[in-house]
Design a protein around this ligand. Sequence first.
Ligand code: UD1
Ligand code: UDP
Length: 376
Amino acid sequence: MKKIITIVGARPQIIKAAALSRIIRNEYSNQLQEDILHTGQHYDERMSSIFFEEMNIPAPTYQLHVGSGFHGEQTAKMLQGIEAILLKEKYDGVVVYGDTNSTLAGALAAAKLQIPIFHVEAGLRSYNFAMPEEQNRILTDNLSTILFCPTQTSINNLRFEGWETSGIKKGEISLVGDVMFDNALYYSKIAQQRSTILKELKLQPEKYILFTIHRNLNTDNISRLTNCLNSLLSLAEKTTIVFPIHPRTQHIAEEKLSTIWTKLSQHKNIIIIPPASYFDIIQLEKNASVIVTDSGGVQKEAYFFERPCIILRNETEWIEIVRHHAAILTDDNKEQILKAYETLQNKNIHYAPLFGDGNATQKIVTQIISTLEQKK
Ligand code: UD1
Ligand code: UDP
């Protein structure tokens, strides 16, 4: 029996970890044991425990309660906490997801102790090194034993950087598809049966925009946040908006943009709600006319559920969505956002399969097991 530890901390990682945990427990429990370590990067009930409950993820074996802070401070606390656990327990491998500070801390702690690292959602690039996510993912990729890539673009990015071509020994790359797509397929019906959010908010299908914004690129820059929220006010003149708000965005808007925040909160067409549960957000995504977001995960889910998307950035790691004309990059430009809304509403989009066959998680688990078996 091999033993791995999965490191999570931020909302999207908990959601992705649900897919792997489910397959390990249901199909491979005689070959692989999984412990979960939660760094505590996200800690509000609606940013963390709600997903464990809803998606039936086993409670973390370890909780570091690191909380918020400067990136260096936060990552350092995680690194120290994770290392102590990796020294105490003998794990055969460490699984990390995506590109947050929790991802980097997990990979770095494991690399120093020479424990194999499995990076799920590897190879993504924005080519904007100012993004903390870009720093985290490049560093993590370079430390990883197997890089599980969700898209052909992510494979191409790694080859461009010398994986398999430079002659320098690097981690193995594997095109498996996207675990979030697996999740979307698995939970779509369940969410439809269990979520009552459309009824609660009195929403008609395809008669509202779903809006989310949280990336520090948009929220820490007051002029960009002002532009995005002013665009939201203009969109609200045309249709209803549902805005599940990330705590980061709410703190900044309340503190630094009180005039706009008051307008948003009082607008008759804008429904601001706390961070949604996974089942509720899926229902909101599936029934929106258009999704406006800077979230990586929400962009992809828009594509999975065949909803057009406006991306509040000027680049994206999921560029194939834009190339397939299912999403438009508008940055924080109000004119472009309003124009994109008109364009996308009337567009006939062909949603070609871009994110695998729905079996990414199976492929990942079997490859982890075979790699660890070979290391005997
Ligand atoms: C982090 C990730 C980002 C990811 C996002 C997913 C990094 C560098 N960033 O960004 O890539 O897209 O998670 O949601 O790892 N806060 C709360 N309660 C919480 C969590 C956060 O109030 O439960 C507030 C705090 O004021 C905190 C701020 O949100 O300072 C930012 O949290 P943090 O985890 O540092 O970054 P995110 O913006 O969430
Ligand atoms: N999500 C959620 N509730 C919300 C907003 C997002 O459950 O109110 C989910 C979303 O469906 C996706 C994941 O969180 O599965 C994306 O995470 P987030 O937007 O926080 O970060 P990113 O993907 O940009 O790193």
